[in-house]
Ligand binder design. Structure first.
Ligand code: NFS
Length: 662
């Protein structure tokens, strides 16, 4: 393998395909990232495009003190405005996903989306409880209608506060109130983000950045949390499931369909349709042995968590999967879809299908998804894939690398696995942290990125953190990166985790890296942190926990919104790559020091992975010291309540899920 190629991805499978593509002059995001250097002004946040007296570039020596835009805006104002718009963009994206889910629930409750049904009534009741909706003795669809209606109000609410804010610990809520960042409705906060950042509006960096937190909270405790909850209600709350990951999941003798994007509505239908005997018989009539559905990006996470559908990878694997030459159809819904797929698919036999009116791509075939005709549309897509099977050509880079994965760790299951159906709680985890067996918890999340050896930072941090007895909860492309490297198995703990974490993992029977789901499921981490605060013994709010969020390869505005809602909720967050606010020392100071003082969270940017690791452990150790917990010393633990032993754990597992074999 050439040296040039080695640095592109940290995944061997990906590198094989990249190398194959290079030998045929097929361009990918890795090549484009090399050619397209980031704009040195925009990258630092110093470019203002808010009006047409500019764009103004606030650069030069002493720019912070001396340079002003035509309107007189300072560098800190410009940098802060740009960050607010990123947070609003990301919140809009995740928020719309949540909105689509809520409207689907409403359609199901009204009997208008007949191909879906409510799979998890218990979860529906739990959510109804959060919303003060009566559920005892009422027809399920009536409860679902009320839940959906009340959640939809969270988008357009003009005054008051969003429904789920009260799920946060009291102290965390008080901080939001004190600093005026408890969001009203998602749409209102997004509209205000655009309003505030228009020429001649808010010029105070602190006030602007406060709004970045507010709009992001509307995403975290609103749009995204709604998405997670409604998806669980409709399609089931995940429990551990075995699957596979990496580019080797495609089958040479089957029709391969890839579902890529984020919203699970179409994906869920595809899961059903590909196992329909009539469809399989049709595939056989075209010479294939069956139909193989694979996922890509966060849709992959949704269907892996609930059905064990394999994942071909995250953001940077989307082009590579087409280059295997094995894909009959790549069907996409929304978000993180590279427009490059359209031209690329034409070089192969792959049919590229878009399905969302919000995400049309020139050159793609468009089959619009409509939840009212979900199965019919899914059948049309699968049939098109089967019809395309005889067109498969010999070219492509058929890699075989794939790894076993255990996914499906919803917050409900994490609670359950710490004591069973009746004794489930976060006590054992809190105790293990207090005793120093588990040093702390890290949420490893966000995109993978062609500007670094893709997936490499996730892999590096995942291994180093678990060696240091840090339990990892992962989501999104981070989960995919870990899965595609073979890290999402309980055996991984035995081989790599530090002694304390290993003991805990063995006792409970879990991997050291828990795959929590898609990017919207970062909200499961908020729920877990709130439950840990309620359990007692650690911090009584989310802030102050020995916990850190990391998005080492982030690229999306959605990641910025996530970073901001975690910071506002009390979690120090570290992002890799160059800082998009580094032009302004003042903005950087507010996001690190001022936010930490007010909310006990922060959003820090650090390109050096070793420094990210050191900073993470430092945040954790300082939080431990402030909580007066036992000093972390590898291999030396304090006393704690005995965790349920392996045998007792297995008994519960056997009874609950005999097919798991964990
Ligand atoms: Ni979230 Fe990143 Fe996209 Fe999912 Fe992946 S790129 S911000 S992880 S797929 S949304």
């Amino acid at each position: 393998m050439s040296k040039k190629i080695k640095i592109k991805s940290a995944s061997e499978a990906a590198n094989k395909v990249i190398e194959w593509g290079e030998s045929r002059n097929i361009e990918t995001c890795f090549d484009r990232a090399e050619k397209m250097k980031p704009c040195p002004i925009g990258e630092t946040g110093a470019c203002c495009k808010m009006c047409h007296m500019g764009p103004c570039r606030l650069v030069g020596k002493n720019a912070e003190e001396e340079v002003r835009g035509v309107c007189g805006a300072s560098l800190a104002t410009v940098v802060a405005r740009n960050l607010v718009r990123m947070a609003a963009g990301g919140s809009a994206c995740h928020g719309d996903h949540g909105r689509d889910m809520a409207f689907t629930l409403l359609a199901v409750a009204n009997g208008e989306a007949k191909d879906y049904r409510i799979k998890d009534v218990r979860k529906l009741y739990r959510v109804a409880g959060y919303l003060d909706i009566e559920f005892e003795g009422r027809p399920v669809n009536d409860v679902a209608r009320d839940v959906a209606t009340k959640l939809i109000e969270d988008f357009g609410r003009q005054r008051g506060e969003m429904n789920f804010l009260k799920r946060a610990p009291q102290k965390t809520q008080e901080r939001w109130k004190k600093w005026g960042i408890a969001p009203r409705g998602l749409d209102r906060e997004i509209a205000e983000s655009l309003d505030r950042t228009t020429m001649g509006m808010d010029a105070d960096p602190e006030s602007l950045l406060n709004h970045a937190l507010k709009v992001s909270l509307a995403n975290g405790w609103g749009g995204s949390m709604i998405s997670t909850d409604v998806t669980d209600i409709l399609f089931g709350t995940p429990t551990p499931v075995k699957a596979e990951a990496s580019l080797g999941i495609f089958k040479e003798d089957e029709v391969n369909v890839v579902i890529h994007g984020h919203e699970p509505m179409l994906a869920e239908m595809l899961v059903e349709v590909v196992s329909d005997p009539e469809m399989i018989a049709y595939a056989k009539s075209k010479g294939a042995k069956g139909i193989n559905l694979g996922g890509m990006c966060c849709t992959a996470n949704e269907v892996m968590m609930r059905h064990g559908i394999p994942s071909a990878g995250g953001l940077t694997n989307q082009e590579l999967s087409i280059m295997t030459g094995l894909i009959e159809t790549m069907v996409v819904d929304v978000q993180c879809i590279m427009p490059a797929l359209s031209e690329l698919s034409k070089k192969f036999h792959t049919k590229f299908i878009t399905t969302s009116p919000k995400a049309r791509i020139p050159g793609a075939r468009h089959i619009e998804f409509d939840e009212h005709r979900a199965k019919e549309i899914a059948r049309e897509i699968v049939k098109a894939a089967i019809d395309n099977y005889p067109n498969r050509k010999s070219e492509g880079s058929h890699v075989t690398d794939k790894y076993p994965v255990v996914a499906g760790f919803s917050h409900e299951y994490i609670e359950y696995m710490q004591g069973g159906k009746f004794r489930g709680s976060f006590r054992p985890l809190n105790d293990a942290i207090m005793a120093g067996r588990v040093r702390g918890v890290v949420g490893l999340a966000g995109c993978d990125n062609p500007r670094v050896p893709a997936t490499g930072l996730h892999k590096y941090l995942a291994t180093e953190l678990i060696k240091n007895d840090v339990l990892i909860v992962s989501t999104g492309c981070s989960s995919v990166a870990c899965g595609g490297a073979g890290y999402l198995t309980p055996e991984m703990a035995l081989e790599n985790a530090g002694p304390g974490l290993r003991e805990v993992c063995e006792a409970i029977g879990i991997p050291p890296i828990l795959h929590l789901g898609a990017c919207v499921d970062n909200t499961r981490i908020l729920t877990i942190a709130s439950a840990m605060a309620a359990e007692g013994g650690l911090s009584d709010e989310i802030g102050g926990m020995p916990a850190v969020g990391i998005a080492p390869e982030w690229m999306s505005e959605k990641a910025i919104a996530i970073g901001c809602y975690f910071a506002a909720s009390g979690v120090p967050v570290i992002f890799g790559g160059e800082s998009p606010v580094r032009a302004s020392k003042e903005v950087t100071r507010i996001m690190t020091e001022v936010w930490f003082e007010r909310f006990r969270g922060a959003l820090v940017f650090e390109p050096d992975p070793e420094k990210i690791l050191a900073m993470t452990l430092d945040y954790i150790d300082k939080a431990r010291a402030a909580l007066k917990l036992k000093k972390y010393e590898p291999g030396k633990f304090g006393t704690e309540k005995v965790l349920m032993d392996m045998a007792a754990r297995r008994e519960i597992e056997k009874a609950a899920r005999p097919h798991l074999g964990l």
